[in-house]
Design a protein around this ligand. Structure first.
Ligand code: ZN
Ligand code: ZN
Length: 426
């Protein structure tokens, strides 16, 4: 039962304490290491962006833009803000549009011509209805590769994603893959889809009736059983792909086959964001509930021009860190090691121990210290809770020697302070 404290975290946000933060760090450092192997460099864009970036980039017909943006009032008195209403800034709901904005604004096509590979790690914000139990501030890791339309790049980012998720030891994952066409072939398909949906309009849920005109592809994402049933019989993009899109799709699939990536073709996976073209994909986990997507992405060949930049085909993905942490196998031994040494009792000369501990810390050991002499036995429990590798206590018998205990196997010995770095290792 939650108590009614005067100050509480904002709804949909959460505090992360060290033990859990350690899991975030581990995931993030694994991502940094692996993505660097694929030639990706980190890009850090601001959390604040102009709302119109997402209105244009993500699209007016999407939930993200229509319902979920976190507006931030601006006090700026520049010409810009006088023209628009006070709600023109938002906390970023996603980062693809931001990365593209930065790419255009800094003329990266001229500064660094060729294919550019970026990754980002950071918080995103969506004003979700809290009853859905979803976070309003959540963390994403994402990759964006700009500057090539080759199917090989689609395959590369998918392999990268599979490699990363595999390196975490995640199981029960399914890669879903589809082709959503291009401006050549999609409009014709959308008209066909609208005709089909209109035919059964009266049976659709209210949301989908609204989607029909604005963004009919979104009807594929509806979770209502009635809508799902109707959409199961809807025409699929696959049958209307133009020759170029069909060839592109075939080549991506053949590369993934050769890479040994297991995927399922899902002709109803449309990813209701306006910017996707050709390849889209999603990774789901049967270990999660209804919101079972852990990662998603696709190609967005027209977003850069849509936002005012030079023609630049691109492809990317993002994954939800909190979702991954939910299904990450827990390895209890990995949490051991929060401290290398935990000093459970400083002995009689606490000041001396204090400075000995400082010296060990300067040599790169992670050392915890109980400053006041207490029962060694009671403090041993604390050392264990902290996941210390070694427990240490000073005795009055010989001030040059200390007692240490290996917390993993219970082995105990008497050693000098100066032997600790060598013994405990780095
Ligand atoms: Zn096409
Ligand atoms: Zn519906």
């Amino acid at each position: 039962m939650l108590k009614n404290y005067t100050y509480q975290a904002v709804k949909g946000t959460r505090d992360v304490f060290p033990v859990e933060a350690y899991l975030y760090q581990r995931l993030e450092s694994q991502a940094r290491k692996l993505l660097a192997c694929y030639g990706c460099g980190e890009i850090r864009t601001p959390l604040l962006e102009h709302a119109r970036l997402f209105e244009r980039g993500v699209g007016q017909g999407t939930d993200i833009v229509n319902k979920e943006m976190f507006f931030v009032p601006s006090k700026d008195q520049d010409e810009d803000s006088r023209k628009e209403n006070a709600r023109q800034m938002v906390l970023r709901p996603e980062a693809t549009a931001s990365v593209v904005r930065a790419y255009i604004e800094h003329e990266m096509d001229k500064v660094s011509p060729g294919v550019l590979r970026y990754y980002y790690i950071g918080p995103m914000f969506r004003y979700e209805r809290p009853q859905r139990g979803r976070l309003r501030q959540f963390t994403q890791i994402g990759v964006e590769v700009l500057g090539s339309a080759l199917p090989m790049i689609d395959a590369e980012v998918i392999i990268m994603l599979e490699d990363f998720l595999g390196s975490l030891g995640l199981q029960h994952l399914v890669f879903l893959l589809n082709a959503v066409g291009c401006p050549e072939c999609r409009p014709g398909y959308i008209r066909k889809l609208q005709v089909y949906i209109r035919g059964c309009q009266s049976r659709l849920c209210g949301d989908c009736r609204l989607r029909l005109d604005k963004n009919p592809l979104r009807v594929f994402d509806c979770k209502q059983p009635v809508c799902r049933e109707l959409m199961a019989r809807a025409p699929v993009m696959q049958d209307d792909l133009c020759a170029d899109c069909a060839l592109h799709h075939e080549e991506v699939l053949s590369l993934l086959d050769r890479a040994g990536i297991k995927y399922q073709k899902d002709s109803r996976l449309m990813r209701g964001l306006d910017y996707y073209t050709r390849t889209v994909f999603e990774v789901t986990s049967s270990d999660l509930g209804a919101q079972n997507a852990v990662a998603a992405g696709g190609r967005y060949d027209n977003l850069v021009t849509e936002l005012g930049g030079p023609p630049t085909p691109a492809v990317g993905w993002s994954l939800g860190v909190e979702r991954i942490l939910e299904i990450l196998p827990r390895e209890p031994d990995k949490s051991r090691g929060f401290f290398d040494i935990y000093v459970v009792s400083p002995g009689a000369d606490t000041t001396r121990t204090f400075f000995k501990v400082m010296a060990l810390r300067r040599q790169g050991l992670r050392v915890g210290l109980e400053h006041e002499p207490k029962s060694v036995k009671a403090m041993m429990k604390r050392a264990d809770r902290w996941g210390a590798r070694w427990a240490l206590w000073a005795t009055s018998k010989n001030p040059e020697k200390v007692e240490i205990k290996n917390m993993a196997n219970g082995e105990q010995m008497s050693v000098g302070w100066e032997d600790l770095p060598q013994l405990v290792g780095k």
